[in-house]
Design a protein around this ligand. Sequence first.
Ligand SMILES: [Zn+2]
Length: 222
Amino acid sequence: MTDPSAHRVLRESLGSYVLGHLSDQEADEVRAHLTGCPGCRAELAEILPAAAALSGAPRPLRAPATPPVDLADRIEARIRSEEHRQRSRSTVRTMALSALSAAAAAVIVVAGVELTRSEPEPAVPLETVDVVEAGAVRASAGLVAHTWGVEVKLTASGLQPGERYDVTVLGQDGTAFDAGAFVGTDGEVRCNLNAAVLRDRAAAFVVIDQEGEEVLRAEFPT
Ligand SMILES: [Zn+2]
């Protein structure tokens, strides 16, 4: 199935799929498409940790279906219990497998295989932003505009190992949107953080340490 318009529609629903917000029929359509589309499998593998963090946002993107909310919570709990992005790919797959239902697990196995092969090609253009650094923290970041919100792809070093960092995207009207959190390590941290505010209504992101100090900030180009 390589119908381009179907591919585009399916890809945009991957986030909802991971969060369990699709109907059974829609989820079946996504699974059917994934079996024939390596690009969408790669995208799925990439958004899985981010979508799990997103599920912790105070305002759900859509009215959540009852059982999958628990599913998303369990994924998030698994992922947050480990240092963010600091584990082997096989561990990611194992954790995802143990957290997901058997039905969803089949899809993740495919995605895991895809992960070990190579970095997935970027599905959408990355918009680079200038990051203002404070103290010892060094960072670069890019934005991806999605239909469901904005994604911040952050690379940072000079962090306090074990320290939790919270990321917030600020709307143009000053509203704060939770974009998740990550844990500092000795080396470089790479993470994808998602906020439920559209790119054209988002003005900046800030990273706050456990003491409430702002360690990174980036104003988004308008
Ligand atoms: Zn596809």
